[in-house]
Design a protein around this ligand. Structure first.
Ligand code: GDP
Ligand code: MG
Length: 369
């Protein structure tokens, strides 16, 4: 795909084609009306002229990296990635802790010792990864940046309380992101718990239980007594099976930054979730517009690991700059390629900012009329 011609580009911007050609020439780009316009140069021209350009669907870096779609035979099943949401005090943190403590990956006697923004547990030989920064902000922050980190939302609702504002907010977030919900009816140990009342209320918001002919799975749990956890995990896997989650582990690693922080001894540390490919020690990375090289990888069990496969997370050490939660990372063959990708992302970012500036200007104009 050669993209649009210089003429078409000028037409779409509503400027004279001769003007565009002059500016391109002054940048050292020799071209004619009919030739395809160089995207980077076009962006600069638009910037110079104060015109916002809608960015194409294709990531500029895909062309640089020569990225292709995975073919069906390269895909293998991957674990589900789960986010826990729900109203304050309904037990999100307690549930994450209970699962973390009772179902650590098989053979991990020491348990999870590090908070790295996500952890993986095993049940019946299958993995589930939980993002352990609960709350809607992280979820929306990721979504706002176009990142989809979650396959399944576990909606925690206290059985002694019911549907509250943040419960509805969580339902709306999950719906908007097209992510299925599994309901954890928490605090079932309490004498005041009234699961049927909660189901009734949630059914009114589209979460009709399976036993009432609906399609939502409900799991009574007690984070406090640690009951119902296995059932909840099994139901998450059942939900995941319906989604048929797959990824190609044999390609360049790609995924999301979940958290980042400055560590006294180790410098900038980022927790990442691998979504495709396999991340390895020694890989060059672009995270957002930051470049780095993986010096070491640590899992939530405090172990150094050599590689991280899809739907798993790790802490990356060896970065020069601080990436942001929701930033996309990609592994590249060498630093030069990394810098190219980072530059493409910066250009894209600038264009997006320009777009916003333009919008503000327009609004200002209209408000003065
Ligand atoms: P969050 O705000 O959603 O993260 O809720 P927390 O996990 O902080 O829990 C809020 C309160 O509910 C705490 O006092 C917990 O001890 C309590 N709690 C959480 N789960 C249970 C449960 O299963 N049973 C009972 N009885 N109390 C619980
Ligand atoms: Mg909490």
């Amino acid at each position: 795909d050669a993209g649009i011609s210089v003429k078409e580009f000028a037409d779409r911007m509503g400027v004279k084609v001769q003007d565009v050609i002059m500016r391109l020439m002054s940048m050292g780009v020799m071209t004619t009306i009919t030739e395809p316009v160089d995207p980077d140069a076009a962006l600069l021209v638009a910037e110079q002229m104060g015109i916002a350009v809608e960015i194409q669907q294709e990531e500029p870096e895909d062309a640089i990296l020569g990225e292709t779609e995975d073919s069906e035979e390269d895909l293998v099943p991957r674990p589900p990635v789960v986010t826990i949401m729900g109203h304050t005090d309904h037990g999100k943190t307690s549930l994450l802790d209970a699962i973390r403590k009772s179902k650590v990956a098989e053979g991990e006697a020491g348990g999870i010792t590090q908070h790295i923004g996500a952890y993986t547990v095993s049940i019946n030989g299958r993995d589930i990864t939980f993002l352990d920064t609960p709350g809607h902000e992280a979820f929306t922050a990721m979504r706002a940046r176009g990142a989809k980190a979650t396959d399944v939302v576990v909606l925690v609702v206290a059985a002694d309380d019911g549907v509250m504002p943040q419960t509805l907010e969580a339902i709306n977030h999950a719906k908007a992101a097209d992510v299925p919900i599994v309901v954890a009816l928490n605090k079932i140990d309490k004498p005041e718990a009234n699961p049927d009342r909660v189901k009734q209320a949630l059914a009114e918001h589209g979460l009709s239980p399976e036993e009432w002919g609906g399609s939502t799975i409900y799991c009574p749990v007690s984070a406090k007594k640690r009951t119902g956890l296995d059932h909840l995990l099994e139901m998450i896997l059942l939900q995941a099976d319906v989604l048929d989650l797959k990824a190609n582990p044999n390609r360049r690693a790609r995924g999301l930054v979940i958290e980042s922080r400055l560590d006294r001894g180790r410098g900038i540390v980022a927790s990442v979730l691998v979504q495709k490919g396999t991340l390895r020690v020694g890989n060059f990375l672009v995270l957002g517009a930051q470049v780095g090289r993986v010096r070491s990888l640590n899992d939530a069990y405090g172990h150094k690991v050599n590689e991280v496969t899809p739907s798993h997370s790790a802490e990356v050490v060896g970065l020069d700059g601080m990436p942001q939660p929701g930033d996309v990372f990609v592994a590249v063959e060498d630093e030069k390629l990394g810098r190219q990708v980072a530059m493409a992302r910066q250009a894209r970012h600038r264009a997006a900012q320009l777009l916003q500036t333009k919008k503000v200007t327009l609004e200002d104009l209209y408000s003065q009329i």
